[in-house]
Structures are given as C-alpha cells and as structure tokens.
Design a protein around this ligand. Structure first.
Ligand SMILES: Cc1cc2nc3c(=O)[nH]c(=O)nc-3n(C[C@H](O)[C@H](O)[C@H](O)COP(=O)(O)OP(=O)(O)OC[C@H]3O[C@@H](n4cnc5c(N)ncnc54)[C@H](O)[C@@H]3O)c2cc1C
Length: 420
C-alpha cells in the first residue's frame, strides 16, 4: 500500500508501476459497492487518504479546489461556513472520499433536483498511466478550450488515470428545507405522486421510497407497526425560499392525500426532520435484523417506468421464493434492491441468475444495469447488456491508448481484460 502525499509522489509511483508492469489500484475510502478498489490482481494499492486537503474555498466564484482523499462531508461542513454546499450526497457522505465519488460518478438523494457528481466537476488534475500529469477544465463556467476531458475521467473507476485534484462547483445553501413523510396502501398509489408533482410544477430536492419489506425492517428496529398499516413510504423534501417551501409542502401533503395516502407527517423543526430521516439512514442496519446476509443490486430506469420495474421485481421475488426489499431514489428512477432466499441460502449460480433477471427487466424498460455504484469487478460480464459492441470496442481502444501496459485497475469496468 502506497500513501502518497502529493501529485509528484503519485506520478513517481505510477511511473514505476508502468515501467515494472505492476497493477495499480487507486483507493479512496474503500466504500465502493462493486469491488472497484479491490486489488484483484495484487500489485500496489494507491491510497489517497493522506491527500485530503481543501486547497481553495472560493466564495466569490462558488467553487472549491480539493485533493481526492477529502471526505465529501468535510467539504460540506467547511462550505457551509461560507453559505455554500456541494450537492452530490451519496449516503456514504460522511466516510467516502471525493476522489472515489468522482471515479464512481456517485449519485445520492439530492440527484433528483441537483444532479450527480459529473454535474459539479469543473476541472481535474489527473496522473496518466505513464506518470504524465494533465489538467482538464478550469474555474470558468464557460470554457470551450480544447476537448471537454473531465467527463472522460468522471466515472472511470480508476481505470483511465489517477485523480489528484478536483475543482468542484458549489451552490448557495437554500435558506429553508421542508420534509414530509407519507404512508401509502400500495406502491402503485405512491407512484402516482410522480406525475401529480410534475403537473403541479414541484421539483423536490429529495424523493425517496421504501417498500413493504423495508417497513417490516423498520418495525423490527423501532418497535413500530408501519407494515401492518401501509405498503409503501415516501420521504419528500423541498428546499428554497421560506414561503415557497411552505406552499410546496402543503400542496404536496394535499397531493398525497388525494392519492390515498394513509398518513402524512410533516417535520416541524430540525430534530423532527432528523427523526424522519433516521428511518432512511437506519434502513441498512434494520434490514440486517431480518436477514443477516443480503445480495444487493443497483439499477435505474427512466422515471416513468419505475412502477413497471417494481412489478417486474415482485415477479422475480415470487418466482424464486425470495425476500426482497426495494428502496431508493423514486425521483430519479434508481432502485436499490436487496434480496435473499426466503427459507434457503442462495448459491452463487442462483444469485447470478436472479441478478441477470433483474438486469433484463431493467433493460426491457430502457434502464441501466448500474445506476450509481459502478461496474467494478461485479458487472463486467453484463456491461454489453447496455452498451453495443462498437461502443465497448471504442472504450477498449481508449483504455489501451491511455494505459498500454494495463496497470490501472486491471479487470475492472471492461469485459475480458486479461493483463499482458
Ligand atoms: C453505506 C453506504 C452507502 C452508500 N450510498 C451511496 C449512494 O447513496 N450513492 C452512491 O453513488 N454510492 C453510494 N455508496 C457507494 C460508495 O460510497 C461510492 O461509490 C463512493 O463514491 C466510493 O468512494 P470511496 O472513497 O469509498 O472510493 P473507493 O471505494 O475507495 O473506490 C471506488 C472506485 O474509485 C476508484 N478511485 C478512488 N479514488 C480514486 C482516485 N483518486 N483516482 C482515480 N480513481 C479512484 C477506485 O479505484 C475504485 O474503482 C454507498 C456505500 C456505502 C457503504
């Protein structure tokens, strides 16, 4: 494990690895969910944890220049002192790094309104496989000088270059946030909120859902009886000017009631908001009270296809006799699926078959087999389900051009990548 402290040290390590044909695996906090930071071929793990400084926090230009090992939440805590925030908020904000977020193009709950990591990367410093250091983008909002290269490295999962510095766009903190929880008798009823909100011209900053199995898990953790009363839960947040937030929240509560919500609960103050959000945050731990081991998936579909996708998931669960819990980002069509055998442990081939049925259902609805957790080691064989042959070939040539000896994170993202 190498722990460089600056870009020059990264470049020296990369040059050495390239000369000696040693695999090099960049690592942020190791919270990635598809094995991207796993040194599957051995070699050097390049930990970015000591490169964790904010180099500039520029209030006037609303941007920050950061090192890749900085924890996302630490940037937000500092930015808040200047009335600013960095919107991409994976649930791992308090322990994942910005370098890892950029390499995974991480999403999060606020993506429905603000977008994902790629929408906030203005520029990058990248060490290429040869040890050469390049700079993409700039601090300018408008910049058409040369090719737009930043996005090549955003979401490249450490396979095209090492991100050693990033210029990130910040936004003014909204003056007010309002949070609403609503319980529905069925997922279909909950889903009707989506077109209703669009018709009412409300863009929530967060719109999360949990299905019936998730409610059972919450009950197990909190001693509540949500699952006996409801089949779906929505957590909705709006932000902006005080008056608008108040108006949007009451309209949202009305829309929920019109769509047969069984109960709506509006946060009255900060602790109340925390009480509602704790349900979402504790979900992972709650699910493990029901089953000690879950297989986890992350897919997305176009937003309007979400109810159809949930129906397909119900079918997969009943055909394979599974316990399945679905939750995630209702507002942007991203479902996190946890499944386990109801009364049997799943073996590897059963798990793979089920995963593939889930991918197929998503692809049938023009969805994607990976929404925000990357391809990593997990999904290289299925990448062709979303990408056609010539696109994969183009990506392969690009990888070969940028990393001819194939030292950078070998075996990740692209299928059939044998090391030379
Ligand atoms: C409880 C939990 C909740 C999560 N919630 C979300 C969520 O809501 N949304 C979401 O998108 N993800 C989520 N994740 C997944 C994960 O946190 C993200 O993928 C995160 O971006 C990974 O950051 P990391 O620092 O841990 O990176 P790592 O796991 O260390 O690395 C991830 C990938 O990035 C590469 N990499 C890391 N640093 C660099 C660098 N400097 N240069 C080049 N490549 C690099 C690695 O090689 C690897 O391929 C969650 C994970 C957990 C455990």
């Amino acid at each position: 494990v190498a722990l460089p402290q600056n870009t020059a040290e990264v470049a020296r390590i990369v040059r050495l690895a390239n000369q000696e044909n040693i695999p090099l695996v960049p690592r942020g906090a190791g919270t990635g969910l598809t094995g991207g930071a796993v040194a599957a071929h051995g070699g050097i793990v390049l930990s970015m944890e000591r490169m964790n400084q904010i180099l500039e926090l520029d209030q006037a230009n609303r941007l920050a220049v950061v090192q890749p090992g900085l924890i996302n939440g630490d940037l937000n805590r500092q930015a808040a002192k200047y009335g600013l925030f960095y919107p991409p908020d994976p649930a791992s904000v308090d322990f994942s790094t910005l370098g890892g977020n950029i390499a995974e193009n991480a999403g999060g709950m606020r993506a429905v309104k603000y977008g994902v990591t790629k929408n906030f990367v203005m520029g990058l410093e990248v060490v290429l496989a040869t040890g050469q250091i390049i700079h993409t983008g700039s601090k300018c909002v408008k910049d058409v000088v040369g090719f737009s290269l930043s996005e090549l490295f955003v979401g490249s999962e450490g396979s095209l270059g090492i991100i050693t510095q990033a210029t990130l766009r910040l936004l003014p903190l909204p003056p007010k946030q309002g949070t609403l929880m609503a319980l529905f008798p069925s997922m279909q009823k909950a889903a009707q909120i989506l077109p209703a909100m669009a018709r009412a011209h409300i863009t929530p900053s967060i719109l999360e859902f949990m299905d019936h199995q998730c409610l059972k898990a919450l009950d197990a953790k909190e001693g509540t009886s949500l699952a006996s009363r409801a089949a779906a839960l929505l957590l909705i947040e709006v932000d902006g000017q005080k008056e608008k937030v108040g108006a949007d929240l009451s309209l949202l509560a009305d829309l929920c009631r019109q769509n047969e919500a069984l109960k709506t609960d509006q946060a009255k103050n900060a602790p109340d908001r925390e009480r509602l959000w704790s349900k979402r945050r504790s979900l992972h731990a709650s699910l493990h009270l029901i089953k000690s081991r879950w297989e986890e998936e992350d897919i997305s579909v176009p937003v309007a296809q979400l109810p159809e996708m949930l129906k397909s998931l119900d079918q997969v669960a009943s055909e394979h006799n599974l316990v399945m819990a679905n939750f995630g980002h209702f507002g942007d069509g991203n479902i996190h699926i946890s499944f386990a055998g109801k009364d049997h442990d799943l073996n590897q081939s059963q798990t793979l078959a089920i995963r593939r049925e889930i991918y197929q259902a998503a692809v049938n609805l023009e969805g994607r087999i990976a929404a925000e957790h990357g391809i990593g080691l997990d999904k290289t064989d299925e990448i062709s389900w979303n990408l056609d042959h010539s696109t994969i070939e183009f990506m392969t040539r690009l990888k070969e051009f940028l990393d001819p000896v194939q030292i950078l994170n070998p075996g990740k993202v692209l299928p059939g990548r044998e090391r030379k």
